[in-house]
Design a binder for this molecule. Structure first.
Ligand code: AMP
Length: 305
């Protein structure tokens, strides 16, 4: 029945302490689709770009078997653009600009064949649009939602309307603190789950991720890396790996959810190895599995010698 991914497709200008790229392929839906394409398909992408969106990026998504029937290309329109600058502590980034462009008037239309999808990933876009997507779905059974400080600060009321309609919210630690008005992450998690999502994942950059589900807290390690080239898209790649695995396994038990967090972490670890989407472009399911197994050895220990 397929996995529906909705979010931004954009051109990113990114500076890290080591390098800089301009107008590179980015956007939440782009990273989520590429990351989830390494599991079982089909992946349906719904989004919008302007006429200036390079054809080679469309081809890249098609080469990953991402179905683009739901992609609107606006004649004469300008693609979404975002720019970020990372500090030496790569967990800290400043947004230099966000140009919504074609997103200002985006009305997401879900193609008929995708309305029956049970698995939906709402990438980071305006929460009003996330709600419009859910309105068109016939029977969504597992909805994963991402958001960011831009929307928590600018559209909190609309976000609060979406949260009761999603099963999983994925955000990073600073966003969790901002959303809950609470510095302690465990208390913040309780408050956020009271807003709607029964499952919450808090990403902590190079410190791993926390999963809150039922009365379980699961702590996933981050992959130890000597060099992080570009953290952009790590969060979206995490979401793609997470939902991609769950869609493939069709198992939503707590044990499967923990495995999905590790698959998400694996995809995020690949993403940051190169600028933009480069490191997600030529992976294979086997390489993803190898890294998943490396994660297993990272925190496995015996109680007794
Ligand atoms: P991440 O690093 O996972 O938080 O995601 C970064 C991606 O999100 C970039 O490729 C941006 O193009 C995209 N992005 C940044 N700001 C926004 C926004 N306000 N709405 C939608 N997408 C955004």
């Amino acid at each position: 029945m397929g996995l529906l991914v909705v979010g931004s497709l954009g051109l990113d200008t990114v500076a890290t302490p080591f390098d800089k790229v301009e107008d590179a392929l980015g956007g939440s839906a782009t990273y989520i689709s590429l990351a989830s394409s390494y599991f079982s398909g089909p992946v349906y992408l719904v989004g919008i770009v302007g006429e200036d969106f390079p054809k080679r990026y469309i081809k890249l998504l098609e080469d990953h078997h991402v179905d683009l029937e739901g992609l609107q290309v606006v004649e004469g329109g300008k693609t979404f653009r975002w720019s970020g600058k990372y500090h030496y502590d790569l967990n800290v980034r400043d947004t230099l600009f966000t140009e919504l462009n074609v997103f200002e008037n985006f009305d997401p239309v879900i193609p008929d064949k995708c309305r029956k999808a049970h698995f939906v990933c709402l990438g980071n876009i305006d929460p009003v649009l996330q709600g419009k997507v859910l309105d068109q779905m016939e029977n969504p059974q597992f909805v994963v939602c991402d958001t960011m400080n831009y929307w928590i600060e600018g559209k909190k009321d609309d976000l609060m309307k979406v949260l009761p309609r999603v099963n999983v919210l994925i955000i990073n630690d600073s966003e969790a603190r901002l959303l809950a008005h609470e510095p302690n992450l465990i208390k913040a998690a309780r408050k956020i789950r009271e807003m709607g999502p029964e499952i919450l994942i808090i990403k902590k950059g190079e410190h791993g991720a926390l999963l809150f589900m039922e009365d379980v807290i699961f702590s996933a390690p981050a992959y130890p890396m000597e060099m992080i080239y570009d953290p952009t898209g790590a969060g979206d790649s995490f979401a793609g790996g997470f939902i991609g695995y769950l869609y493939k396994s069709q198992d939503l038990s707590p044990a499967s959810m923990k495995r999905a967090v590790i698959y998400g972490s694996a995809l995020a670890s690949f993403c940051v190895e190169k600028f933009s989407t480069k490191a997600l472009e030529d992976l294979s399911y086997l390489r993803v599995q190898d890294r998943y197994r490396e994660f297993l050895t990272l925190s496995r220990f015996d109680e007794y010698d």
